[in-house]
Design a protein around this ligand. Structure first.
Ligand code: MCF
Ligand code: FE
Length: 413
């Protein structure tokens, strides 16, 4: 069935960044047919439309990096990466099975206008909640393992999780692979995981250079991780890789790579990460809460595309990209208007490209993942994106694949 919707402003996030006054979108089945002026479209297609006054229509937002298994709001230790890591290891097994919490965050994300997520799955407990949801999902099966002895078991378990997730592969649910990080995955498992990604055409996601502790370990095999491994695996006495060696694994990989965090990467390393199909995912609240520094978003964005994402409730209080953009706007030291625009593009157009999906821009031929945000006085605003980031509280309407998503307004507080 064909639909036409319109709003005071249509923020297309297309190549020219067009914003259309009293704009409209025609979509049918899963696809956008035409974007233009609402009244012109109504005349051309001769069907009734639905116009949202004082609202912006935008591409549905894309949260390229989160962990749905960590949705329980357990108070992990914050303020220091090493203490956070120790506390998550101590508590994760009991926390990551709590499905009710997963349903709740999925709902909250949709309320906030998110249509797609890149979900890092450590153990597969999030598979059913995500498959049953109406979100578009790239499901990154995570590999993590520091022990040579257990590597066959770890690899088999990883393959099993890939196989389980492949059963649900669909137009809306695609599969990826996450390599947890250089400090937690041994070389043989990295090679096997990358081979799997290459053979199946899966995107890759990897936490990389998130903390001073990680950098110190990769460079000098000392510091926090030395003590950490004394406790967890006595056989590990030095880092599995140095920084350059770790990046070399990805040199021949032909596909999408999402490097996550990289707050402690140097400029030459960022240039090394900047390949045709790679992007850097930045989660400023998570970085701040884990005691780290934030990325110089504007500067790094010139080296490789930077994307804003939330990470999970293990290192955040919210999975709302409206909130993340607001925080980023006030934390990143850069000219306001161009930063606002870059941030918004990063959770739409750029995130769609990084995940390899046909979303993130309102253009004919793209998938009909569309959000409507009420923004008071938007008609009079000439800084539409800034007004949206400052004023929008939650989405008023959301379509994923052209299907209207009921926005349940639970009051969870
Ligand atoms: O991105 C943050 C911080 N960096 C690393 N890991 C995680 C983050 N949020 C959740 N995690 C998960 C990770 O996927 O925590 C576990 C892994 O399963 C850590 S276990 C060493
Ligand atoms: Fe993460």
């Amino acid at each position: 069935m064909m639909s036409i919707i319109g709003a005071s402003k249509v923020i297309t996030c297309n190549e020219n960044n067009d914003i259309i006054n009293d704009g409209g979108i025609v979509f049918e089945d899963k696809c956008i047919i035409e974007v233009g002026v609402f009244n012109d479209l109504i005349q051309k297609y001769k069907i009734q439309g639905n116009f949202f006054d004082e609202c912006c229509i935008t591409p549905a937002l894309i949260n390229a990096h989160t962990h749905i298994e960590f949705s329980s709001s357990f108070p992990y230790n914050l303020g220091s990466f090493s203490q956070w890591l120790s506390s998550i290891i101590a508590h994760r097994q009991e926390e990551m099975t709590k499905k009710e919490c997963m349903y709740k965050v999925i709902n909250l994300m949709q309320q906030n206008g998110i249509g797609t997520i890149g979900a890092i799955s450590s153990q597969g407990f999030d598979l059913q909640p995500l498959v049953q949801s109406s979100l578009r999902v790239v499901y990154f099966n995570e590999i993590i393992g520091s022990s040579e002895e257990n590597q066959n078991f770890i690899y088999k378990n990883f393959l099993q999780r890939i196989e389980d997730s492949l059963k649900y592969q669909s137009h809306r649910f695609s599969i990826g692979i996450a390599i947890h990080s250089p400090y937690s995955v041994i070389p043989s498992l990295i090679t096997q995981a990358i081979t799997q990604a290459q053979n199946n055409n899966f995107p890759l996601s990897v936490h990389f250079l998130e903390s001073a502790e990680e950098r110190e370990w990769l460079e000098n095999s000392c510091g926090f991780f030395k003590e950490f491994y004394k406790k967890f695996n006595l056989q590990v006495t030095q880092s599995f890789h140095n920084i350059n060696g770790f990046l070399q694994y990805f040199d021949n990989f032909n596909g999408k790579i999402l490097f996550v965090h990289a707050t402690h990467a140097r400029e030459h390393e960022l240039y090394r990460m900047a390949k045709k199909d790679s992007a850097l995912v930045s989660c400023p609240v998570s970085n701040r809460l884990l005691g780290g520094r934030m990325l110089d978003f504007k500067k790094v964005n010139h080296i490789l595309p930077c994307i804003l994402a939330t990470d999970s409730l293990a290192s955040h209080y919210s999975l709302s990209l409206l909130e993340e953009m607001k925080i980023a706007l006030f934390s990143f030291n850069a000219p306001l208007l161009s930063l606002a625009q870059e941030l918004f593009l990063s959770v739409t157009q750029k995130a769609g490209q990084a995940l390899g999906l046909n979303i993130g821009m309102l253009n004919a031929g793209m998938l009909a993942d569309i959000a409507v945000f009420h923004v008071p006085f938007i008609k009079q605003s000439c800084n539409e994106i800034l007004s949206l980031i400052l004023q929008a509280k939650q989405a008023q309407n959301l379509w994923i694949d052209g299907v209207p998503i009921p926005i349940e307004r639970y009051n969870y507080e």
